[in-house]
Design a protein around this ligand. Structure first.
Ligand SMILES: Nc1ncnc2c1ncn2[C@@H]1O[C@H](COP(=O)(O)OP(=O)(O)OP(=O)(O)O)[C@@H](O)[C@H]1O
Ligand SMILES: [Mg+2]
Length: 93
């Protein structure tokens, strides 16, 4: 859906990759969320959904080269407390 140009994304994740040993769980993933949106992240088992959310929540660190912006500002989410400071938390099933 087209967004009005003055509406800024609340969250932007760009170039997110995550390697576990020989296994590339995420390859150059991007996610953009605008204010008020609700998203469902869908994919088969092992697609990398939890890994992406754990990176957002500071539980995992992405491979180098990723960019995360909140309200347009670049942020580093080094641990869960940093995520919390940005208003990000995860409710696990
Ligand atoms: N801590 C870890 N160490 C090694 N490999 C991991 C780790 N966490 C995830 N992986 C691997 O990364 C890939 C993505 O896993 P992830 O758990 O993110 O998928 P998912 O989409 O959440 O799957 P599910 O639907 O089963 O919850 C899988 O190949 C998984 O085996
Ligand atoms: Mg999962």
């Amino acid at each position: 859906m087209a967004k009005s140009p003055e509406l800024r994304p609340l969250l932007e994740m760009r170039h997110v990759s995550k390697t576990f040993g020989a296994n590339k769980a995420l390859r150059d993933v991007q996610l953009t969320i605008y204010p008020g949106e609700v998203h469902a992240l869908m994919g088969e088992n092992g697609a990398g959904k939890s890994t992406l959310m754990k990176i957002l929540a500071g539980a995992y660190q992405s491979d180098p080269g990723a960019e995360i912006r909140i309200d347009g500002k670049p942020v580093v989410i080094g641990d869960p407390l940093a995520a919390k400071a940005h208003g990000i938390s995860i409710i696990y099933q």
